[in-house]
Design a protein around this ligand. Sequence first.
Ligand SMILES: NC(=O)C1=CN([C@@H]2O[C@H](COP(=O)(O)OP(=O)(O)OC[C@H]3O[C@@H](n4cnc5c(N)ncnc54)[C@H](OP(=O)(O)O)[C@@H]3O)[C@@H](O)[C@H]2O)C=CC1
Ligand SMILES: O=C(O)[C@H](O)CO
Length: 488
Amino acid sequence: MREQLLFIDGEWVTPESGRFGEKVNPSTGEVSGRFALATRKEADEAIDAAYAAQRKWEALTSVERSKYIYRLIQEIEKDRASLESLLIEEVGKPRKEAAQEVEGVIDQLQYYAEFARKITGDVVEGTKRERLILQLKVPYGVVLAITPWNFPAAMVARKVGPALVGGNTVVLKPSSDTPFTAGWLVEKARRAGFPAGVVNLATGKGSEIGDYLTSHKKVSLITLTGETGTGVQVMKSASSIMAKLILELGGKAPFIVWKDADLELAAKVLMWAKYWNAGQSCIAAERLYIHQDVYDRFLQLFLEKTRRLRLGPNGDMGPLINGQQLSKVNKFVEDTVTEGGKVLYGGRKPDSPGNGFFYMPTIISNVDQGMRIFREEVFGPVIGAMKVPDDFDQVIDLANDSDYGLASYLFTRDSALVLKAAQEIKFGELYTNMPGPEASQGYHTGFRMSGQAGENSRYGVEEYVKVKNVYLDYSKDPTSGEVIPPYS
Ligand SMILES: NC(=O)C1=CN([C@@H]2O[C@H](COP(=O)(O)OP(=O)(O)OC[C@H]3O[C@@H](n4cnc5c(N)ncnc54)[C@H](OP(=O)(O)O)[C@@H]3O)[C@@H](O)[C@H]2O)C=CC1
Ligand SMILES: O=C(O)[C@H](O)CO
């Protein structure tokens, strides 16, 4: 049975309240460990430690800071099998997906460490010949990184990497569904020799300490990946401190199969886009739009592939993260049937799920734009399918008709349609005739309720530093020609 403490100012500390949360293994339904629940006092201690350490951390060169990140990568690589096993235990990921996520952690940290010496400012001319303006890129200070449970290691790397290389210090608040993955990475940072206070871990229920953390006066930047509702709550709470916000929220990706698409390719990609991480991904295909000419053929192709999907740790798809999500996903199916949808496959727990939170891959036909399953994020291995007419403008409108705007997918051999969608689809990402996920060098960002700002790519790294302007005047009389009252 695992037990995890808080990590504050370079040490693992026992929670003063003695309170711990329980973590349940989603594949077995059994308690796999317990993790410390931080109090407000411990939230203060973690933030104070980050605040105290930040000046010295900023004073290092970016090359010196990146060397810590390279050492962290080495620590992870030395012990990557145990992180893979932890992802299987905490999230229920099939081994190949767990291995993929560990690769993603390393790739992202490597990508950010390489920004040493490359986060550069500008020198621009002033309002006189003898004036210059230095535009420096400086860290915000203390970064509060709040991470989700679906890619619990990769999401930590995506936030901690750019924050640290930019000269910020970090307080990490992971999902209460995946506390141990975050703790594993924090322990590797300790072994990599990060100075005390640079990286801190404050586990605890978002509903209990979330508002306190996100309204703390010493927090300057909050980066959250989570549900849109959580993002809204964080925006409200953070308004009292006017913290910079990076919000990576929910998705409702349209998956468009046009009449000239390579159907075999589209079906193969849809198997990834829908069932990767059991559909618990913000870039998962959530709305299937199929051209009327290929509707029956494509659905049959997708159905045949879905039938062959094997559930379980050594299979192709794991469980949902907890019982609450399992009920939520099943309710989506029930509601869709009530609204007129027709379940072609799945729509229930598998025959022998054990006590795990497994749910069958599910395809529902006869779905229309107004149904709940096309409006709200399902976040599970369920997709509704809708037949669309031979009108590409109408399909673009259907795709854009969503509160979300993160990822989207288009399959057509017509390059003119690809370019038309590139300009007219209002989503942060458009994958054309290919699978995702987003690359470290791709800017992961969304329109509408999918969040604001973004992460990854040089744009994402720049989100973690602020432009500061320094005005210089080297003339003999800096006030000459200025509108300054005579102070005689
Ligand atoms: N845009 C993107 O890149 C991605 C978006 N997501 C989205 O994340 C969601 C799934 O992740 P999930 O963890 O369930 O999301 P949640 O919003 O439930 O939780 C995300 C994080 O926010 C914390 N939290 C909850 N309430 C508050 C609060 N009031 N103040 C501060 N923090 C709070 C949670 O802590 P606790 O667990 O203790 O409640 C958790 O650490 C999906 O909607 C998915 O679309 C997921 C991955 C990528
Ligand atoms: O989509 C997600 O949930 C993450 O960004 C990983 O791709």
